[in-house]
Design a protein around this ligand. Structure first.
Ligand SMILES: *Cc1c(COP(=O)(O)O)cnc(C)c1O
Length: 367
């Protein structure tokens, strides 16, 4: 039986270019000179966890970086065998599954480590773990004081194998001097703990870090955003290829007279007869409501058209007075090659990470 609704094309969809994703991976590799942990948390930044990890699984990825065990499970269920690394601290309820599945946690405390050690002992195995060190992020990791004693305590846990060490950069796209200092501190920490060779994997750099800084003592990089074709700093955008293009369709075109309000709150009122196209996407799809009244554009037939009034849940209105060939059913680019997602993020007073991960499941992902 054919369900007639399955044949109705979506109103809002995201075209995802997996070839561009692989090109951006190549850029990350070349720029960092390191092996790659591809960061795929939050459904691969909204691009689809299963599809992205399947596409990258053949690309010699050392680890996929995930946020939680639910994401790790989904990657395994998709048949991807690449090692999985949990980017943040784990809480007790997640640890049994992590040990059972041989996923790789990073440790921020001796309590966490002791729990993993007990669980690994109970399953008669040795779990590979990474030591997280807080060099400035303030979110997780061991603080820098007493690190040698902590390391010694960890080494007394026979069911843990400390195979890596990592830290995170909070300001690699905003504060060069601080970031340079952090990279130097990371190096000093490694020396204090017995030298870089003591750790098989040494990692510090996110997208901004690897684009703008030397890898130094690191041999593993953790790019996220840049894989998805967006540079944290505008200067490197030309090296990257667009991965996601968010699209919708014109559902209605009308000419409103002068003095007619458009959308909730009547924040916009026409000052002249205005040809208005209604488009089938809104904040219910993750298109940011904060774009209301911010002068954001969409792209129709290669031309920019201004959004009028507030973004509503399922629809927005744009001015097509000067694009008089626009008709019902026409495709609209919300962001992509013509409207950079970074521009949308800036106008919505947020960051590209937030816009990409905010695209809701109602938007069909097409590969
Ligand atoms: C999200 C995350 C990254 C990736 O950061 P981007 O800025 O997207 O490249 C790297 N490391 C950790 C620990 C993260 O949480």
């Amino acid at each position: 039986m054919h369900d007639v609704f399955c044949n109705s094309p979506p109103r809002a969809w995201a075209e995802i270019n997996l070839a561009a994703l692989k090109q951006n991976l190549g850029v990350a590799r070349a720029a960092s000179g390191c092996a790659v942990m591809a960061v795929v948390k939050a459904g691969a930044y909204g691009h689809g966890l299963e599809e992205v990890t399947k596409a990258l699984a053949t690309e010699n990825i050392a680890f996929f970086g995930v946020a939680n065990v639910g994401e790790a499970r989904r990657i395994r269920e998709a048949g991807v065998a690449t090692r999985l690394y949990l980017l943040g601290a784990t809480w007790a309820g997640e640890r049994e599954e992590i040990v059972a599945c041989d996923w790789t946690p990073c440790l921020s405390s001796l309590d966490e480590a002791a729990h993993f050690n007990r669980l690994a002992m109970a399953s008669n195995k040795r779990l590979a773990v990474h030591l997280a060190v807080d060099t400035g992020m303030g979110r997780g990791g061991f603080l820098q004081d007493h690190l040698p004693e902590m390391m010694a305590a960890l080494e007394r846990m026979p069911h843990l194998e400390i195979e890596g060490i990592g830290s995170h950069l909070p300001a690699a796209d905003e504060d060069d001097a601080f970031t340079r200092g952090q990279i130097a501190r990371f190096r000093a920490i490694l020396d204090e703990l017995g030298g870089p060779e003591r750790f098989k994997w040494r990692h510090l750099l996110n997208s901004a870090g690897l684009l703008a800084h030397d890898h130094g003592v690191c041999n593993l990089a953790r790019p996220g955003l840049m894989l998805y074709g967006v540079s944290p700093m505008p200067g490197y955008q030309d090296k990257l290829s667009t991965v996601m293009t968010l699209k919708s369709r014109v559902t209605l075109v009308r000419t409103l007279p002068a003095g007619h309000g458009v959308s909730y709150g009547r924040q916009f009122v026409t000052t002249r007869p205005t040809r208005v196209a209604t488009i089938g996407i809104g904040y219910g799809d993750g298109y940011p409501r904060h774009l209301s009244g911010k002068g954001a554009d969409v792209c129709i037939h290669g031309r920019r058209c201004a959004i009028l009034g507030r973004v509503t849940m399922d629809q927005i209105m744009v001015d097509v007075t000067r694009a008089d060939d626009v008709m019902e059913g026409d495709e609209v680019e919300m962001f992509g090659p013509n409207i950079p997602v970074a521009e949308i993020a800036q106008k919505a007073d947020t960051i590209a990470w937030d816009v990409l991960t905010g695209i809701t499941p109602r938007v069909i992902r097409c590969y």
